[in-house]
Design a binder for this molecule. Structure first.
Ligand SMILES: Cc1ncc(C[n+]2csc(CCOP(=O)(O)OP(=O)(O)O)c2C)c(N)n1
Ligand SMILES: [Mg+2]
Length: 378
């Protein structure tokens, strides 16, 4: 993908293929029969769909960062480096609006909203406090039940019992629907996470719960707040557990599919620990301080494992005609690279159009101070 010196972390704009990182990606997929047979079952259409979604996640954040740098907004919460956790999991769901599965994303999972079908103009509009967004300018946290997205509130961990409640409703109404949510390594320490996890397990509810371990909570490294090992938590709650490479979109996707199937089959919740890394700050305001939390080698190692860069190399190494139109005797790799670049250009254009439309809406009005207290209950 196109890299941006002004917006990408340095490891990304200088990104070049690293054989060790590519081998690690492939090795993971070969490490179990479930993953290797799952990979064999994927069509090029599905692979490119995942690729396009990863680009949407990254370029949405690049666009926001551009707005911060240009003074359009003061701050943005990005998921740079963690895109595969959200994209791989949501794409395992039935995304059918009000009738389908539901997600409860935290701000780091904005890509879940995009994948569930929230218009990009509303995603950008939430940062501009537009009247046209679901909170009508009151809160930048965004969701929309018409797309199966429960909007979070600022309090981390609080979505957990809400999503468990959705799963309870599905079970009681005998609806063939699944709930999914993500908590950070830090948020996993809240009482609400514990209450929700225990309730989901005790009642065998159809929910998939991610612990998204990006190795840090605000300015506190995970090793300073998590003495034990997340991989044993599922056992402690008495629920099925999985650990995935959060920088490997296929691992996340295939493991999520199995967890969703278990939930649909009445086999109860799955707790999936996704190991990944936050390549930026908690938000754009503390990017410099965030670089001091880990040794430069840590950023370098995770940087080589850019979930998009490595996936691109994986796709090219498949040696198949990814998007069609290859003519015998031609250069297959060049043909495929051009296909990936075309997707990049399309998604970039999509972001530009949505961002411009959101700015135009702001210029045309914005929230009306007269309805300030409408919909405010406490
Ligand atoms: C209940 C609660 N306590 C504290 C905060 C302030 N806060 C916001 S994000 C955050 C860290 C969350 O870390 P983690 O769960 O690992 O998620 P990440 O930001 O790494 O994605 C904190 C402490 C909050 N929003 N809610
Ligand atoms: Mg974290």
């Amino acid at each position: 993908m196109k890299r941006y010196k002004a917006y990408d972390p340095p490891e990304y704009w200088k990104w070049v293929r690293d054989e060790g990182a590519v081998e690690q990606f492939k090795g993971r997929l070969a490490s179990s029969e479930a993953l290797s047979s799952g990979v064999r079952g994927l069509s090029t259409g599905e692979l490119l769909g995942l690729y396009r979604s990863l680009l949407r996640a990254r370029l949405h954040d690049v666009y926001l960062k551009r707005w911060v740098k240009n003074g359009v907004i003061t701050k943005a919460w990005l998921a740079t480096g963690e895109e595969a956790v959200t994209v791989g999991s949501v794409r395992a769901l039935r995304r059918q609006g009000r009738e389908g599965d539901v997600v409860g994303p935290m701000i780091r999972n904005a890509a879940a909203c995009i994948e569930m079908g929230l218009p990009l103009v509303e995603m950008f509009g939430s940062y501009l406090a537009l009247n046209e967004t679901v909170c009508r300018g009151r809160d930048l946290h965004i969701g929309d039940l018409r797309h199966g997205v429960v909007a979070p509130i600022s309090h981390v961990g609080s979505l957990m019992p809400v999503m468990v409640g959705c799963a309870l409703a599905f079970k009681m109404r005998r609806e063939d629907r699944v709930a999914m949510t993500w908590v950070g390594d830090g948020s996993s320490k809240t009482g609400e996470f514990h209450e929700g996890a225990n309730f989901a397990a005790a009642n065998k509810l159809p929910i998939v719960i991610f612990i998204q371990n990006n190795q840090v909570a605000l300015g506190t490294r995970t090793d300073l707040h998590n003495v034990g090992d997340f991989s044993v938590w599922a056992d402690a709650y008495g629920m099925h557990g999985e650990v995935v490479d959060g920088n490997n979109v296929l691992d996340v996707f295939l493991t999520s599919q199995r967890a969703v199937e278990r939930a649909r089959a009445g086999q109860g919740p799955t707790l999936i620990v996704a190991e990944t890394f936050r390549m930026g700050g908690h938000a754009t305001h503390d990017e410099r301080e965030a670089r001091d939390l880990f040794a430069p080698e840590v950023f370098e190692a995770w940087g080589k494992r850019d979930p998009i860069g490595v996936f691109e190399e994986y796709l090219l190494d498949l040696g198949v005609d990814l998007a069609g139109g290859f003519e015998l005797g031609g250069d297959l790799e060049a043909h495929n690279r051009a296909a990936l670049e075309a997707i990049d250009a399309e998604v970039t254009e999509e972001m530009e159009r949505a961002g411009e439309a959101a700015l135009a809406l702001r210029a045309a009005g914005g929230p009306d101070p007269a309805d300030l207290l409408d919909g405010v209950y406490a």
